[in-house]
Ligand binder design. Structure first.
Ligand SMILES: O=P(O)(O)OC[C@H]1O[C@H](O)[C@H](O)[C@@H](O)[C@@H]1O
Length: 556
């Protein structure tokens, strides 16, 4: 059975009602809503698994929520959720299910896909991962000169990079300190050059991480690394001591020269950007150990259950998704800021960019018809408090409405004096400033108190006034540990899925990405041809000529 939102969402009664309601919300004032409804904070916040979502600082009232939930119901969100967990082919253009949730199901559960229990398959893969992790940690995995492994380099890009990078960084306090993990994604040779300066070939293990085993950047970097090892004294026979692979394309991995015993499986039913829970998460397990990796899976599984069971009004992913739809489609928001107030979450915005923008950056519905309304916004952000001294100006006084997610842990992993208290205060101050702003009267009074003349007050006040009434969510974790991290990532995965259901798009394909690859191949050929062969457009042609004219040394 294939679930697809069967109707154009903008024709649904709830969508039309939301349009009318939006006009009524023109004069809605968040601060006034807090005064009128003292229960607003507790009413508009949800807690699950040590993660609290406070969504009270949004441009919503009870009716908004009711209408948004009606929209979800009219889009048959409940069927869509069931379809995903059941393993229906919700990836309609590739005729595949999207079963990342199966990767974190408990071992005693069963999920049959074409008659095969995929939970058992996942458990086998995790057992193989465990074995490999143990060999590296115990020192029984030896390099070509008989030394134990001290460094691991994950060679992969996109989903085979961003999730593992996020989790390896986020869980540094849980590192077993057995190996140092590095990431090589970009085809830019400077990336490998800089990295290789820190590495000893005798003690480094490379993971070639690629679902397809056909991604240019990954294969080129893998070849460069192989050559580097050979140049530095490793024999061809000993290469297997330095390479493992994670891929669903075992044949291509073997063809590349990976020892079949060193290949960990992946499956078509996991999207690359949803794959950190599979053996793609090997760098995570090598960093924090298999027990912590499993805690991360448990946190994600707990969020899966919450998503499946909680009524929409108390369902974190559903609420976050509906708020996003509210701002994109009814308030014209073009972007969404993600602002983690935690150094360990510095890669969260990068990770969410792929998760959200590659999933919902679409303009047609499942049946190929144009949407006729906006879908996924631009996701951007960086760690707080750094952004406060840079782009928060635009959040506070810029001309666009940009909803923001603030993410912070109550407890620091490395407390120093009162730093965490200051960090928490800063985080709250920003969502408060966005909501409350600074009223003209307060600005004028302040200037008057400072002794400004009436002329100066008239001139300065418009610049200093902050209108406020700008929306944000706050996600508060008890602490950033494997379980909460798993829950947090799963929360965003499901948010993205809910939005795809509302918009009627396929969240699990990425055809747009393919065009750049095809054109890249053609341009590469043109760069290598001495004769004048025209590109299809004059700009590209001009830039090819410029490259040839200015190139000071020929590539090998
Ligand atoms: O894991 P791989 O098959 O190497 O793919 C790596 C990445 O490549 C792409 O071009 C896709 O846009 C991504 O979704 C994917 O995660």
């Amino acid at each position: 059975m294939h679930y697809q939102n069967p109707r154009n969402s903008s024709q649904l009664p709830a969508w039309l009602a939301l349009q009318t309601h939006r006009l009524q919300m023109n004069n809605f004032n968040m601060q006034a809503a807090f005064t009128a409804h003292p229960q607003r904070f507790s009413k508009f916040s949800i807690e699950h698994e040590g993660v609290v979502l406070d969504f009270s600082k949004n441009l919503i009232d009870e009716q908004t929520l009711q209408l948004l939930i009606q929209l979800a119901q009219q889009c048959q969100l409940d069927s869509a959720i069931a379809a995903m967990f059941r393993g229906d082919c919700i990836n309609s253009t590739e005729q595949r299910p999207a079963l990342h949730a199966a990767l974190r199901m408990p071992a005693d559960k069963q999920l049959l896909l074409d008659g095969v229990d995929i939970v058992a398959q996942v458990q086998q893969a995790h057992a193989k991962m465990h074995n490999l992790v143990e060999q590296v940690h115990s020192g029984s995995w030896l390099g070509y000169t008989g030394k134990r492994i001290t460094d691991v380099v994950n060679i992969g890009i996109g989903g085979s990079f961003l999730g593992p990078q996020l989790a390896v960084e986020a869980l540094q306090p849980f590192s077993l300190n057995k190996v140092n993990c590095h990431f090589l994604a970009n085809i830019d040779s400077s990336a490998f050059y800089q990295l290789s300066r820190q590495l000893d070939p005798e003690t480094t293990l490379f993971i070639i991480s690629s679902k397809s085993f056909g991604t240019l950047e990954t294969l080129k970097n893998a070849l460069a690394v192989r050559q580097w090892l050979l140049n530095l004294g490793c024999s061809t026979a000993d290469l297997s001591k330095h390479f493992v692979a994670v891929s669903s394309n075992t044949d291509k991995a073997i063809e590349f020269g990976i020892d079949p015993a060193n290949i960990l499986p992946m499956w078509d039913w996991v999207g690359g950007r949803y794959s950190l829970w599979s053996a793609i998460g090997l760098p995570i397990a090598l960093t924090v150990g298999m027990d912590n990796f499993k805690q991360m899976l448990a946190g994600a599984h707990s969020m899966d259950q919450h998503f499946q069971q909680a009524p929409f009004a108390e369902n974190m992913p559903v609420i976050m998704a509906l708020l996003g739809v509210w701002y994109v489609n009814f308030w014209g928001a073009r972007s969404q800021a993600v602002l983690p107030y935690d150094n360990y979450l510095q890669s969260l915005p990068d990770y969410l960019q792929q998760l959200d923008m590659e999933s919902n950056g679409k303009q047609v519905r499942h049946d190929g018809s144009p949407l006729g309304y906006d879908s996924g916004p631009v996701i951007w952000g960086n760690i707080g408090t750094n952004g406060q001294h840079a782009y928060h100006q635009l959040l506070l006084q810029g001309s666009q409405l940009i909803p923001a997610d603030f993410i912070i842990a109550v407890n620091s992993q490395n407390p120093i004096a009162d730093h965490q208290q200051w960090l928490y205060a800063n985080c709250l101050s920003q969502s408060q400033a966005l909501m409350c702003g600074k009223k003209r009267q307060a600005v004028e009074d302040e200037l008057r108190e400072k002794g400004c003349t009436e002329d100066e007050i008239l001139r300065l006040a418009p610049h200093k006034e902050i209108l406020g009434n700008r929306p944000s969510n706050s996600l508060i974790l008890d602490q950033l540990d494997p379980k909460r991290l798993g829950a947090l990532i799963a929360l965003y995965e499901h948010k993205v899925y809910v939005q795809s259901v509302i918009w009627g798009v396929n969240a699990f394909d990425q055809w747009g990405v393919e065009l750049g690859k095809e054109l890249g191949d053609k341009i590469y050929q043109l760069l290598n041809q001495p004769q004048k062969q025209a590109a299809t457009d004059a700009s590209t042609q001009g830039l090819i000529k410029l490259y040839k004219d200015k190139l000071t040394s020929s590539p090998p």
